[in-house]
Design a binder for this molecule. Structure first.
Ligand SMILES: *Cc1c(COP(=O)(O)O)cnc(C)c1O
Length: 372
């Protein structure tokens, strides 16, 4: 019998095939213009992205990590300060805090939604707390009402790490427009991905937006007029032109991801030993990742691999157990939900171009393994 084609975790080439002529024209336009860093393509994409998110300002930057780092710099957060971040996230959330010179203070995640549990905020706050970074993990908004309410009571701003949540809604409002500052990544595998690195900072605050524009560009107000110590963290024109083409398709891609998730849920609900990321009321998920949870995670992943299906783990270690963050002095058991999440969750293949027949095959293999 012929072995069916492998099912990758993401398929960037499938998306490229659908847009190749338009993308080539956009890249060609930039190459012919001689404008490669910042400039008209970046300004245009900034306007388009600001309109999409619903904030007056969007500042194109070099990556999601830099977007978070610049947000903290613009808030004058540095050595001696603390920033609260979830223990379950990609390391970049914590690294941005470390890059600013401040200390990341971790909060456990909710066992059902896997997002920051607002009940843990009180214990994490101190007089040194200068911000909270809420992460919309996997594409589902964090519990922003509770997080914002607590942060407001302590007069501390909330930064959104929306690197996995382009287009996700919370009570009808876009992620990235809910807190004081939103940070996005355009890493190729994200819901809106460049062909290289890129990022965006969104905000309603004109003063912060101006400061971030300056900080991403050597701290200069005008050429060679350096008014503070900045970074080189700019979005480049080729990526901006690519992202302008792709942004027009983002809502459709997110709708397809939602349809795929519904199909997975329909096929897999009731599978013994399998559970799913809990839905947060008022949240519209964009399924950057489709997460399932089982105590047999590693065996399931191996079974899928043998069947030609690639599944991912996001992430195998919570922040406090990473070697890079040994200096925080945490131990196993400090954040039990984050540890359980790291041990038990698996990300099934998820991208807009995934076919119903592929989803059926993945679901059949998951089900066959867990029922055996
Ligand atoms: C991808 C990601 C980032 C970092 O983005 P880069 O563009 O790779 O620097 C930050 N936070 C989260 C939650 C991410 O998934």
């Amino acid at each position: 019998m012929k072995r069916p084609a492998a099912i990758p975790f993401v398929d960037l080439k499938a998306q490229y095939r659908t847009l190749a002529p338009e993308l080539r024209a956009a890249i060609g336009g930039v190459l012919g213009s001689g404008n490669f860093v910042l400039g008209p393509w970046v300004e245009r994409f900034e306007r388009e992205f600001a309109r999409f998110v619903g904030t007056p300002h969007a500042v194109g930057v070099s990556s999601g990590l830099d977007a978070l780092h610049l947000a903290l710099m613009a808030l004058d957060i540095g050595p001696g300060d603390e920033v609260v971040v979830p223990a379950s996230t990609f390391i970049a959330t914590a690294l941005a805090v470390s890059a600013s010179g401040a200390k990341p203070v971790l909060v456990d995640c909710d066992a059902g939604t896997f997002n920051l549990d607002p009940a843990g905020l009180k214990a994490a706050f101190s007089r040194r707390t200068k911000a909270v970074i809420a992460v919309h993990l996997a594409g589902q908004p964090a519990d922003m009402r509770a997080i914002m309410k607590f942060a407001r009571s302590r007069k501390v701003p909330v930064i959104e790490d929306a690197a996995q949540a382009h287009g996700a809604l919370y009570h009808g409002k876009q992620c990235g427009s809910l807190g004081l500052i939103g940070a996005f990544s355009f890493y190729p595998g994200k819901n809106l991905g460049a062909y290289g690195d890129g990022g965006m900072v969104t905000t309603r605050d004109s003063r912060l937006a101006e400061r971030i524009r300056r900080l991403r560009h050597y701290g200069q107000r005008a050429k060679y007029e350096h008014v503070e110590k900045g970074l080189n963290a700019r979005l480049d024109a080729v990526q901006a032109a690519i992202l302008s083409v792709k942004l027009k398709h983002l809502d459709r891609w997110n709708a397809l991801r939602n349809a795929h998730a519904r199909r997975y849920l329909r096929l897999l609900s009731g599978t013994p030993g399998l559970s799913f990321q809990e839905a947060l009321p008022g949240a519209t998920h964009v399924y950057h990742l489709f997460l399932v949870e089982t105590s047999a995670r590693d065996g399931l992943r191996e079974h899928l691999r043998r069947a030609g299906i690639e599944a991912g783990i996001h992430y195998p270690q919570p922040i406090h157990l990473l070697e890079a963050y040994r200096d925080l002095g945490h131990r196993k058991g400090d954040f039990p939900n984050a540890e359980r999440h790291a041990r038990r969750t698996l990300s099934l293949p998820m991208y807009a171009e995934l076919q119903p027949s592929q989803i059926q095959r993945v679901a059949a293999e998951v089900s066959a393994f867990l029922r055996s």
